[in-house]
Design a protein around this ligand. Structure first.
Ligand SMILES: Nc1ncnc2c1ncn2[C@@H]1O[C@H](COP(=O)(O)OP(=O)(O)O)[C@@H](O)[C@H]1O
Ligand SMILES: [Mg+2]
Length: 291
């Protein structure tokens, strides 16, 4: 199973947009993706895909499973949208640190070990996710903490959306030491599959910034505020938005879809998997064969 988290040091760079559209790009190529968003804030991936319905405490959710108090089957947590399986975010994610700490204290009082950052991995393994899915994508919040650490522990690889600005440049400069810090802290090796510049306007400064990035850059995504805003409005991927909600197809938007397709192929190759039915990049007529 190919597994990665979208990561950037800052919020609002395009982590969620990237995770959502890459998931759809994997799915339309015939792979089975599972998306695990972990952002406790509103405006998260569950919202984007319209699966953020029931967040009340009584509802079974991922956090319950992570603290070994599930109130249902893992498979019942999963919702399917646009060929993508998603475990919707839940309000309990806001207090994930406290829940994990309490469970750890209790476990230790009983003489047991409880790895606070290894619980997502445990839950996914116990549910047979590595056998059932081809791709696992986590979308944690940017801030350091148990959401990010659990995501990285479970995926070990990163896709890094980059804002091609002076601010984004600072973030990229700090990245290598940050990845090294995460590796030390979690005692795992973390690989970077790709950096994805988002909102590129092709200024000279931006070109300089991209030149300085040492990670593979399979594609550079342009300024697509209107397309992405439309996705949040209609609660769908950019693929679905252009296909279903645009009255006419704009060539530059089709090209952006093609870019997500190509990034997905790049990542699959890096992860050693091959999509059984890859579309012509950006082809909206592509027939998705059921898997
Ligand atoms: N290529 C793009 N051009 C312009 N705006 C974009 C682009 N991709 C995403 N956005 C917008 O940027 C904002 C932040 O994106 P989001 O994916 O939610 O970031 P994050 O998850 O890192 O906080 C959203 O309003 C989204 O619509
Ligand atoms: Mg986000």
């Amino acid at each position: 199973m190919l597994a990665y988290s979208t990561y950037s040091e800052a919020g609002g760079v395009g982590k969620t947009t990237t995770a959502a559209n890459l998931a759809v790009a994997h799915a339309r190529a015939g792979l089975r993706p599972l998306v695990v968003p972990l952002d406790p804030q509103d405006g998260d991936l569950s919202r984007l895909f319209g699966v953020d319905t029931d967040r009340t405490e009584s509802v079974d959710n991922l956090v319950r499973h992570m603290i070994r108090r599930p109130s249902g089957d893992f498979d019942d947590l999963v919702r399917t949208v646009e060929g993508v399986d998603i475990i919707p975010e839940h309000n309990m994610l806001s207090d994930l640190a406290e829940y994990l700490q309490r469970e750890k204290d209790q476990a230790e009082a009983m003489g047991e070990a409880f790895g606070m950052h290894a619980q997502l991995l445990r839950v996914l393994r116990e549910a047979g996710v590595p056998d059932k899915y081809d791709v696992l994508i986590c979308d944690p919040p940017a801030t350091e903490g148990p959401h990010l650490y659990n995501a990285i522990h479970a995926t070990r690889s990163l896709i890094i959306p980059v804002e091609p600005s002076a601010k984004g440049r600072a973030a990229v400069e700090g990245l290598e030491s940050l990845v090294a810090g995460l590796e030390d802290q979690l005692d795992v090796e973390v690989g970077v599959l790709a950096a994805v510049p988002i909102g590129f306007k092709n200024t000279r400064d931006q070109r300089t910034i991209l030149d300085e990035i040492d990670y593979p850059i399979p594609e550079v995504i342009g300024e697509r505020a209107s397309l992405m805003e439309g996705c949040w409005m209609q609660q769908c991927s950019a693929f679905e938005y252009v296909r279903e909600h645009r009255d006419r197809q704009r060539e530059y938007e089709i090209e952006t879809l093609a870019q997500f397709d190509r990034i997905a192929r790049h990542i699959e190759q890096q992860g050693g998997i091959e999509a059984p039915n890859p579309p012509e990049p950006g082809d909206l007529e592509h027939e998705v064969l059921s898997v």
